[in-house]
Design a protein around this ligand. Sequence first.
Ligand SMILES: Cc1cc2nc3c(=O)[nH]c(=O)nc-3n(C[C@H](O)[C@H](O)[C@H](O)COP(=O)(O)OP(=O)(O)OC[C@H]3O[C@@H](n4cnc5c(N)ncnc54)[C@H](O)[C@@H]3O)c2cc1C
Length: 422
Amino acid sequence: MANIFLSSAHNSYGQDKPYTSLNAPELKDIISHINEEHIDELLGFLQTFTPISTAELDNIEVQLTTVYAEGLELQVQPKNVESQSVNAQNHTVQNQTFFIAFPAAITHPDELQIQYIALKQRADKKLGKKTIKLIKQTFTVENRYKVSENMLRLELRMPELSNNDPLNKQPSSVPINDAGYAYLFDLTHNSAANNSVTTGIEDNARSARAHRYYTLRKAWQTPTGIQAWVDVFLHGDTLGGSWAQSLQVGETIVTKREFPEKVDHLRDGQALLIADETSMPTVARLLELWENPTPPLVVCVTHNAADQRYFDNVKIRSGIGIGINSSINNSTDGNNERTTKNGVKDNFTVLPIVIDQQCSGQHLASLIDSTVGNYLTDQPIKIDKVWGALEASTVKALRPMLRERLDLSRAEVVIKVYWRQD
Ligand SMILES: Cc1cc2nc3c(=O)[nH]c(=O)nc-3n(C[C@H](O)[C@H](O)[C@H](O)COP(=O)(O)OP(=O)(O)OC[C@H]3O[C@@H](n4cnc5c(N)ncnc54)[C@H](O)[C@@H]3O)c2cc1C
């Protein structure tokens, strides 16, 4: 069981708790990554495996401090002086160290991911949340074509209960109503199966990063199985793009892992969605499945103005919705809003941002922040929630800017890392 915990201000490891240190320099980067990108999961571990209450979670900061062979050490601190105060039972939240045990001990950092995922699956299950799955799925390529200048659509089919793989005990299933549901595609499957793919893919695909996440742009049931779209953005001669372009109709593709996106906070309030070329498919599906009565504001960042047209055929779910704007020639009034009789806008606004190759990180974050700021100067709206997905250094710079500008909490601003600049 994973509910071993220590709650002590004094760390006595090595004496009465002989946890085994892992002598692996790469753990430093892994720990920083988890602390930057996976705080929600650490909070979920605390909520599930320790006596910390849900009320207390709002008032604490958590950090992963050490990865031992047997589990994770989490350091918990009060968020700030005021919140040191109290929870409902008048308990003071103090500095504490917790140990979250892995289901099975590890000997090398390579094994950490499996144990971390196992903890996440247990925590999500206990919290009633959808979770990551480590299962193999096979799709067949039915067609592929461009839907904007550089966005390649793969039309895929998954025949129902067709999975003959004896290792895969679970019946095939594809979520039809989950925006942002992502699959980890195994690019080596195709390089091994198809020796004629362009030079480089095969060698590269055998290298460590021979996988790419792509989002389920849309999926629907047909009489013969499930049909799905996956949209792959072509960033020049890159591994994922070359793989997608080399796929032939009739070929199979294989995924190894899948997980739901964190979008539950968008159910109400005025939302701001921020997409770049890799997250346009998630935003498009969010719009199609939109249930929040208030339509969102969308920021869309592309390198080529022509790719802004990706949203031209996307319709927000509203019953009365028409297509959108995304006129690429005007930056702030590129919208095509209508106001219905009851005064509710039935459409969404896209603020297009077209950048050059040099614009990334802090620079791009400032551009997004100021674009939103300028829009809000003219519009009488208050943003309550944010979802976005961008490159790692832009995400790092943008999160604090938007939280400050919009005066929002960590839980209200979800900006994910979808890719990394080399
Ligand atoms: C949960 C999740 C869902 C995702 N969904 C999608 C999706 O639906 N469609 C999709 O296309 N991608 C999606 N991505 C991103 C995808 O997994 C790749 O990381 C991304 O497309 C880059 O892979 P690549 O092989 O093309 O380039 P890489 O080999 O990773 O990158 C090589 C170089 O290409 C350039 N480059 C790569 N990406 C970009 C970019 N966006 N803008 C500018 N330059 C770039 C950079 O110079 C980079 O250093 C998703 C990622 C995650 C985590």
